[in-house]
Design a protein around this ligand. Sequence first.
Ligand SMILES: Cc1cc2nc3c(=O)[nH]c(=O)nc-3n(C[C@H](O)[C@H](O)[C@H](O)COP(=O)(O)O)c2cc1C
Length: 419
Amino acid sequence: MNSSEKVCLKDLRVRLKDKEYVPLMVGGMGVNISTAEMVLAVEKLGGIAHLSDAMVMDLCDRLYGTSYSADKAKRYYGCQKNPDKSNNHFDLNALREATLRYVGDVMSRATGRGLVFINCMEKLTFNAPHESMAVRLNAALDAGIDGITLSAGLHLMSFKLMSENKRFREACLGIVVSSVRALNLFLRKNKSLNRLPDYIVVEGPLAGGHLGFGEDWREYSLETIVKEVKAYLAENHLDIPVFAAGGIFTGGDAVRMIKEVGADGVQVATRFTISKESGLPDAVKTAYLNAREEDIEVNHLSATGYLMRMLKSSPAIKQRIPPNCEPYGYMLNEGKCPYLNQWWDAMTKKAMPKPEEWKCCLCTHMKLYNVWTCGANTFRLKDTTVKLANGQWYFPSAEEIYNDYVTSTGEEIKLPVPH
Ligand SMILES: Cc1cc2nc3c(=O)[nH]c(=O)nc-3n(C[C@H](O)[C@H](O)[C@H](O)COP(=O)(O)O)c2cc1C
């Protein structure tokens, strides 16, 4: 037994700003997979967990009975047949209002023992990338979020867009990267702001959601990128905690990543997809639990242009629906979205992409939980819980999963006890 096999995450600490935490973050999972309930359950334990602001206006409609999506659809009524969506815009005041409401509500329920962060993906361009990002970031800060993790993009402007906010230096701000190159670009671009990120998430090729790699993703290893990022930070005399993400399935994996590879902490997500508090419908959690390794693929379905990992049985892979930009349109950029373009080419020129190149209407399908995105280790979820007497899977609570991560050592997974 080597020394890291006796250690558990609960024995370790990472410093963020002036406080120390168990070095485990639960990553953001949009759209509303990492729910307020999941995040608050972890925060209550003194942990760190991420909300996601993906489709926040539509989420508010579902949570609070607002009508942002219906109002937007009404504004663009009759435009469905026009492939040019350059005039399709979000009401940025409404976007601010929705973000304030959602984040404010969650923060009002936090205990202050842990940290509530929010994941902001740059690839959600809202047909006005800079303007909408400024609103999202500043509203989250104004609503009292503890931290913002910038993901799915290089975010070269994002720090600047919130630099006038009075909480810009006080809140925790982090960036997700998959290479030293991306980190270097980010740091160089922000040098003049004299504001370093408080943490860096290095996401490797085994993560769920979108991947920061191309077709050759199998050739990369999280361990190597973490070591490269740590070496880069050391060379540049930068003391910023690095969280490794992607494929860290047990407490023992997390400890090894910290003790043997050199990360300061880890970010995990896949284990929490089947939690009681996860926003996924029970049937989807069951599909994750029954999945075999060969049921998972990395494909081109996402209209972001990034590769995405998901179950091959995801309904969105087969369903070709008309683009739904009137109520949604979160993926539009200068009026365009790769799915929109494919759809209109197919309708007007009968130009059909190869089946493996089809995109999907990501807004609609993510909202409906039709994209069953997951990490590479999803097929191991069945080893993390038990079946009930009625033959159905027991969905462990976020607290049970969190406690297993922080107390297990070596290869151990502590199975939950249904009650
Ligand atoms: C279901 C699911 C949805 C995700 N959604 C997002 C997202 O919206 N934004 C993001 O930056 N990362 C997203 N991720 C990535 C996670 O935040 C996390 O970094 C990664 O999955 C960790 O690896 P693991 O799932 O193997 O533990 C998602 C992951 C999963 C499993």
